[in-house]
Design a binder for this molecule. Sequence first.
Ligand SMILES: [Zn+2]
Ligand SMILES: [Zn+2]
Length: 187
Amino acid sequence: MKPHAIIVSPLSESQQKHVIEQTYNYIAKATDIFGIKNKAVEISFNLKGRCAGMYRITHGIGRHRRDIRYNAFIFSKFYEDSINTTVPHEVAHYVSDMLYGLKNIKPHGKEWQAVMQAFGVKANVTSNYDLTGVPLKQMSLFTYQCNCREHQLTSIRHNKINKKYFRYFCKSCKQPLKFKHKESASL
Ligand SMILES: [Zn+2]
Ligand SMILES: [Zn+2]
């Protein structure tokens, strides 16, 4: 039986570290160029669906929480491109928020574009990623483990394994995948 993953594996921990570093590099760059006063921003990899990244403010009582959220599946499938385009894209949202306040500007207006230009990155808003293998919204994912990492399986595969007429093996370590937990992804 040849193993083939329908679902893209999400970013590894070391890749996540690298993405976080790159994010802070861009923030540092912006601090130099624009002299912004940085406010705390959380970086997470829990964005699901078709978006590669998102910058979000949650309005709380007396304080705002700022988040840059990345899609661990899209980042994994398009690693270099995500670092070169999505990271500066989201940081540029954060920077234009620091400079002008999000509610005072258009999301991809001239203020955001100016930050992208300062970063030396093309101010593209849409990407043409082939999202085959990227879990989209409302999909149940089953996490399996081999000897080297986690794998995401669809419910179809999970059911086949459950009914004991299928086994899947890891391409890297050749070990059978063992069920770990189930999660529901949503946009
Ligand atoms: Zn954007
Ligand atoms: Zn393995």
